[in-house]
Design a binder for this molecule. Structure first.
Ligand code: PEP
Ligand code: MG
Length: 763
């Protein structure tokens, strides 16, 4: 030990040196020795620390104070800790040690290098012992004076109260515990992140790389959703990538600090890594994995095209910070990661829940689904709804924010992640997982308490009602959600999708007609709609006529007669089907007629997928023919095909009483992006200028003619979009149940701003 120098460069460190350089120093030395690009560093050895204690004459006084301490006496612990640290900081580092440290620092770079100064504690008798996190780290250090000060502070931090207590409880003798200090070039990373060198669960040769902009802290702490890349080491190709919206980055600031900056513009959604960069990282990961004979969890950084490996640990020792309790209202943004992330998709319904995976490949499998399980399937369909009611979370391979699984989960208040692409392949029956329906992430293992209650916010959690001039309405698809929807205090129902009700009957409308069971169909429809009307007395409820693509009918009784269409989204759905299937339309109209007759004046009828005013006129004429008083009925249309936005003036002339933007479809038909296709989900852009221009144009026309104009697509549940719509004069916004409080607030804020602006202009 005597001959050990005060300073060792990473290149000089051997495995056996752990006693002198601590776990951190030894690991960096080992990574350097196998050729990984570790940022330049030297270690101020444990021996330098001991020489400091001896040569300054403080050693005996220091240890005597510690020996007499009763660590259970909190006051004494704090005071001794303070005294001992003061002692360490009160003396000068001996000249020869100072000189060696500053000489080494000078060799790092000509004009002074910005460094990170990290403690690396070590025990003589148990060098592998981990004291991680108990001693200090100083980032962003520049110049001899600050460097020496930081080293001395790291030494002092060996005697922090928590560290003393921990060592005492673990049976470590303070005299045998030392501290080394790593002085390492600070990488001002342009991009950084973590990677798992092999699949963390299956062990497959798939390297999972997560990356974000700026310093790695953002990814490690979970304060940003990183991009996720999967590199297949067999084919040496990136086989999957999920580009996240990166809201912030962390950058170095000032003397020793870091700061969070909001990301705007392209950088937010631009991919952090090219395929070549992912491949290079994966290759570096492979070097580490081969060397350690174990999959590694690695921190990496890139700056100016140079790659750096900052840390490598075996995956089996990944620390799992505590998880928020199950049933938490929604996932906070900065709450850290839960454990090993298995999968990512789109967060379609907020809330966090854990449970046992049940893979449902066919509706037959739903009998295996028990209360509290997690339903994992390619895509849900209406006959799975009974099972969807029982589960604590839903995960799908396919779909986007507006798919069946997303819509139904939001209504049931069940956390859901859609569009994971491979949940049914990657997850195993019986596996325990945790689903974060806001972030769209799925983790291995369970949160501490099983999810008991529906996780989405309920009205009870909503802030005191804000009064808005713009009506804030709610969307409903399942009659059973009507009470929850009404409890939000919404100003009515801007969209009641009856197809979910009909699809839940398990027989097609055609079957009822063919079997002479029309009355039964009408009765079911009447009952379902009435439940919703009853929950909203005196408030408008816009019921939409049937809009189910033919493929959704296929599994139902009678579904074998449904035409097979190449593209059901562009096929026989919405009003175009009802107009050519008068019996099907008539049964619906009969249910509406009976409801009007029963006094439900608040019922309005909305036609979906209209693309020409003639369709509206034809539908109204048919209704009139069946005895509806069309002059007094509230009849309106969805604007979800660009043609209907363009022809809005003609629709108004044709006599619509209201129009509502179905942005889920309007976006897909304007941009040619299949809303259910996860391969193009990142191109599904609600704020695309063409979409906004169509909407803006139609709102203006409606305002000029005094026609109520609303939105019931998913975009209406986005506060930013809601504010934009209010700014452009929309008269009502209809959102998902879970989104009502935040939409109401966004609408109110925007209205205040408009009033304030007007007042200032007139002042
Ligand atoms: C829409 O298209 O925005 C809409 C609300 O209708 P659906 O999602 O049922 O197609
Ligand atoms: Mg639609």
């Amino acid at each position: 030990m005597k001959e050990m120098p005060n300073v060792l460069w990473l290149e000089e460190i051997k495995k056996e040196d752990i006693v002198s350089v601590g776990g951190k120093g030894a690991s960096l030395g080992e990574m350097t020795s196998i050729g990984l690009p570790v940022p330049k560093a030297f270690v101020v050895t444990a021996q330098a620390f001991r020489r400091f204690l001896v040569e300054t004459g403080i050693e005996d006084a220091l240890f005597r104070r510690l020996e007499r301490l009763d660590v259970e006496d909190n006051g004494a612990l704090e005071s001794v800790s303070r005294d001992v640290q003061d002692l360490v900081l009160s003396v000068e580092i001996p000249d020869h040690i100072r000189q060696e440290i500053t000489d080494a620092y000078a060799r790092m770079g000509a004009d002074g290098t910005v460094v990170a100064v990290r403690s690396s504690a070590t025990a003589e008798d148990l060098p592998e012992a981990s004291f991680a996190g108990q001693q200090e780290t100083y980032l962003n250090i520049l110049g001899d004076v600050d460097l020496l000060d930081a080293v001395q502070r790291c030494w002092a931090s060996l005697y922090g109260a928590r560290a003393i207590y921990y060592r005492s409880k673990q049976g470590f003798d303070d005299r045998s515990v030392n501290i080394a200090v790593v002085v390492q070039e600070l990488i001002r990373s342009e991009k950084s992140g973590v990677m798992f060198t092999s699949h963390p669960v299956t062990g497959e040769p798939l390297t999972i790389v997560e990356g974000s902009w700026g310093l790695g802290e953002a990814v490690v702490s979970g304060s940003v959703s990183p991009d996720n890349y999967v590199f297949d080491l067999r084919s040496e190709r990136v086989v999957d990538r999920l580009i996240a919206e990166k809201e912030i980055m962390i950058i170095p600031e000032g003397e020793h600090g870091t700061k969070i900056v909001d990301l705007t513009g392209e950088q937010r959604t631009a991919p952090v890594l090219s395929d070549a960069e992912v491949a290079r990282l994966a290759m570096l990961g492979k070097i580490a994995e081969d060397h350690y004979s174990n999959p590694q969890d690695i921190e990496w950084a890139i700056v100016g095209g140079d790659f750096f490996i900052l840390q490598s640990r075996p995956i089996t020792t990944i620390r799992r910070p505590e998880i928020p309790r199950a049933g938490a209202e929604s996932a906070g943004k900065n709450r850290g990661t839960f454990g090993v992330m298995l999968l990512e998709g789109q967060g379609a319904s907020p809330g966090i829940a854990s449970g046992r995976v049940v893979i449902v490949r066919d509706v037959k499998d739903t009998s295996a689904v028990k209360d509290g399980d997690i339903l994992v399937t390619k895509m849900t369909n209406p006959d799975m709804v009974p099972a969807m009611r029982r589960v604590s979370a839903i995960v799908t391979d396919e779909g986007g924010m507006t798919c069946h699984a997303a819509i139904v989960s939001r209504e049931l208040g069940t956390p859901a992640v859609v569009g994971t692409k491979k949940a049914t392949k990657l997850l195993k029956d019986g596996q325990i997982i945790t689903v974060d329906g806001e972030k769209g992430t799925i983790y291995e293992g369970a949160v501490q308490a099983p999810a008991a209650a529906p996780a989405a916010p309920t009205a009870a959690a909503a802030p005191a009602q804000v009064i808005t001039g713009t009506l804030v309405k709610v969307n409903v698809s399942l009659p059973e959600a009507a009470q929850r929807a009404a409890a939000t205090g919404a100003d009515g129902v801007g969209l009641l999708r009856i197809e979910h009700l009909i699809l839940g009957l398990s027989k097609t409308p055609g079957w009822y007609i063919d079997h002479g069971e029309e009355e039964e169909f009408i009765g079911e429809l009447y009952g379902g709609i009435k439940t919703v009307l009853d929950a909203f007395p005196g408030k408008p409820v816009w019921v939409r006529t049937l809009d189910a693509p033919t493929d959704e009918f296929r599994n139902m009784e009678g579904g074998q007669d449904e035409p097979i269409e190449h593209n059901p989204m562009l096929g026989w759905r919405g009003i175009r089907r009802d107009l050519r299937s008068p019996d099907q339309f008539r049964m619906q109209v009969e249910a509406f007629k009976r409801l009007w007759a029963a006094g439900y004046d608040n019922l309005g009828v909305m036609f979906p997928m209209v693309n020409h005013p003639d369709e509206f006129i034809q539908a109204r004429t048919m209704m009139k023919g069946w005895g509806v008083d069309v002059k007094n009925a509230t009849l309106g249309v969805m604007i979800e095909i660009p043609s209907s936005a363009i022809l809005i003036e003609d629709f108004i002339k044709a006599g619509i009483r209201f129009a509502s933007f179905g942005t889920n479809d309007l976006i897909q038909y304007t941009l040619a992006i299949d809303r259910n296709n996860e391969n193009v989900a990142d191109m599904y852009e609600p704020e695309h200028p063409a979409v906004l221009r169509l909407i803006g144009y139609a709102i203006k026309a409606c305002r000029e003619h005094g026609i109520e104009c609303s939105i019931c697509g998913q975009a209406g549940s986005d506060p930013k979009m809601a504010a934009w719509l209010v700014g452009h004069g929309i008269t009502s916004v209809s959102a998902n149940i879970d989104a009502i409080p935040r939409i109401r607030e966004a609408v109110a804020r925007k209205e205040q701003q408009i009033l304030l602006d007007a007042a200032r202009r007139n002042a």
